[in-house]
Write a protein that binds this ligand. Structure first.
Ligand code: SME
Length: 169
């Protein structure tokens, strides 16, 4: 049983503990899907005020839904479309205070008000994105961006095996 108790009011400390847990959960495990599934569960359990937490994978230059927690979501997102597709095409984190004001935002759950998407890049190649949605406007700030970018750096080599699992890539 994994029992990570991440309880702190301090956001930097929260991400320190979360990323430590993410590191030990994925250490030595080469299966990308298993790692994404566990990290989606960890994010969902550890971060307050979320209505969606999970992954989209780069499959042949298109984002395809990966393991997540939350409501069923759109399956395929072209690069450049929506918040996820923008993170994929720019390779930059997208921290959106109000998704309704984001041109081209893809509404998977009408409850979503703000969103944070960070790219996961390994050896110069986009592996996928981490996507967090919140029902609260401006839920995410620079500390969330820094914490999730640090998470993406830890995960990148441990999610890279997706590449080998899909012959289209
Ligand atoms: N809102 C995202 C789509 C994915 S869902 O939020 C799970 C976007 O605009 O890319």
């Amino acid at each position: 049983m994994y029992d990570f108790k991440i309880e702190t009011e301090n956001k930097a400390e929260l991400y320190r503990q979360l990323n430590q847990a993410a590191d030990s959960l994925t250490d030595g495990e080469p299966d990308a899907i298993a790692n994404m599934a566990n990290i989606a569960a960890l994010l969902w359990e550890s971060l307050p005020d979320l209505n969606w937490a999970g992954f989209y994978r780069n499959v042949g230059g298109e984002l395809v839904l990966g393991p997540f927690q939350g409501r069923a979501a759109c399956i395929r997102i072209p690069f450049g479309k929506g918040v996820c597709g923008t993170a994929a095409s720019t390779l930059e984190a997208q921290c959106v205070e109000d998704v309704h004001a984001f041109p081209g935002h893809i509404a998977c759950d009408a409850a979503s008000a703000s969103e944070l998407v960070v790219p996961v890049v390994h050896e110069g190649e986009l592996i996928g994105v981490i996507d967090l949605d919140s029902p609260r406007t401006a839920r995410f700030d620079s500390e969330d961006v820094a914490g999730c970018l640090a998470l993406a750096r830890i995960l990148a080599p441990r999610l890279a095996s997706v590449e080998k699992q899909d012959p289209k890539r």
